[in-house]
Design a protein around this ligand. Structure first.
Ligand code: SF4
Ligand code: SF4
Ligand code: FES
Length: 370
């Protein structure tokens, strides 16, 4: 097959930058990485990019295709070339470019090391000749985080890192969760303290681009949510982000709604809120601020309260709850939804058509269909 590529060439020593177009004859099973190899081998030996395993394991070949990070050895070119599309290939974002598609990974590794990515043992030693066994339930909490291959694709697309290069970032925080969630680790509280500081957990904008771009299904944003839940469970909740999240929960529990008028004082404190009074009055005049009294209580608030109590009763108010929620949603959306042709937000197999009991298959409500 004929494959066309437009590649951003860059030389950091001269600052020269140019978009060059190449066309290669490649086998039908060729990946983007194979095509780059052909370009380098037959057309231009000066093209620079990283690679090693060629099978999505080493994490070396991260780069951007049409503006989104990919692993070059994971992208098959057949459909792209058949569609007549000529993708633009460039270096990953949020890291300095050294040459062409090669970025300087040093800032990435510095953040990685800052997470102390090794186990700090603090568990009772098992009896002689026995091993320390971790339950499947506990392993589920860090299963996805353990899949990370340190490719940097998530970092490349992180909005928060773009505006704050000191933000720890999705990869480092996912690595942090890998150890926070490990029952053998003795430094959980210290880690949560460290990760909750400025440039940490609460500086994530929740754009979910890291989840979207991760080629290994690590879902770093979910790892950050788990860290936030664990931090709050441990009482590490002084950051404004933590207070904001706490108020969401409290508001939903008490009235079934998000009481936005109280969100600012509860998050920022009274003094800071007074400074925003002029702005708030402006909003009120335009009818954008609902009166705080009497608070509007949702009709089904009992359900909301019962949910809160259930989570507490089951002890899943930390990372375990997020894993449980993920599993329930994925079962609803993929298993039930797929089998019935439903899924999504409405209809058979949708979230509001099933009641979820942990550990059991979701059932349909009467009238919900097949
Ligand atoms: S969700 Fe958070 S960590 Fe992930 S890319 Fe967006 S800002 Fe970055
Ligand atoms: S979390 Fe995913 S995208 Fe980020 S470094 Fe790890 S494997 Fe790559
Ligand atoms: S070459 Fe190893 S992940 Fe692509």
């Amino acid at each position: 097959m004929q494959v066309g590529l437009k590649i951003w060439r860059y030389d950091s020593t001269t600052g020269d930058r140019a978009l060059k177009e190449y066309e290669v004859d490649a086998p039908e099973e060729a990946t983007l990485l194979d095509c780059l190899d052909i370009v380098k081998d037959r057309l231009d030996g000066s093209l620079a990019y990283r690679k090693s395993c060629r099978m999505m394991i080493c994490g070396s070949c991260g780069m951007r295709m049409d503006g989104g990070a990919v692993l070059a050895c994971k992208v098959r070119m057949y459909d792209i070339s058949n569609a007549g599309h000529v993708p633009v290939i460039s270096a990953m974002g949020n890291l300095p470019i050294v040459k062409d598609l090669v970025v300087d990974m040093e800032p990435f590794w510095q953040k990685f090391k800052a997470m102390k990515p090794w186990l700090q043992p603090g568990y009772d030693q098992p009896a002689a000749d026995e091993e320390y066994v971790i339950s499947q339930e506990r392993m589920n909490v860090i299963h996805k985080e353990s899949l990370c291959i340190n490719c940097g694709c998530c970092v490349s697309e992180c909005n928060s890192m773009e505006s704050d290069p000191e933000f720890l970032g999705p990869q480092a925080l996912a690595k942090g969760m890998r150890f926070v969630g490990d029952p053998r680790d003795a430094a959980k509280t210290e880690r949560l303290d460290q990760y909750s500081a400025e440039h940490g957990i609460w500086d994530c904008t929740r754009c979910y681009f890291c989840n979207e771009r991760c080629p290994k299904g690590v879902d770093p944003r979910d790892a950050i949510a788990k860290l936030g839940a664990e931090a709050m469970k441990a009482g590490i909740d002084e950051d404004m982000g933590a207070k904001h999240a706490k108020w969401f929960v409290h508001s939903a529990k008490t009235t079934g709604w998000l009481r936005e008028t109280e969100l600012v004082p509860k998050t920022q404190g009274i003094v800071s809120s007074i400074k925003e009074m002029k702005f708030a009055m402006g909003l009120a005049v335009k009818g954008k601020v609902p009166p705080p009294f009497p608070p509007h209580v949702a009709e089904g608030v009992k359900e909301s309260r019962a949910l809160f109590e259930l989570v507490k009763e089951q002890g899943v108010d930390g990372a375990l709850g997020i894993v449980q929620g993920e599993r329930a949603l994925s079962r609803l959306e993929h298993e039930v939804g797929h089998a019935s042709g439903g899924g999504g937000d409405t209809g058979v197999g949708s979230r509001d058509q099933a009641d979820v009991t942990p550990g059991e298959r979701p059932t349909r409500k009467p009238g919900g269909g097949a």
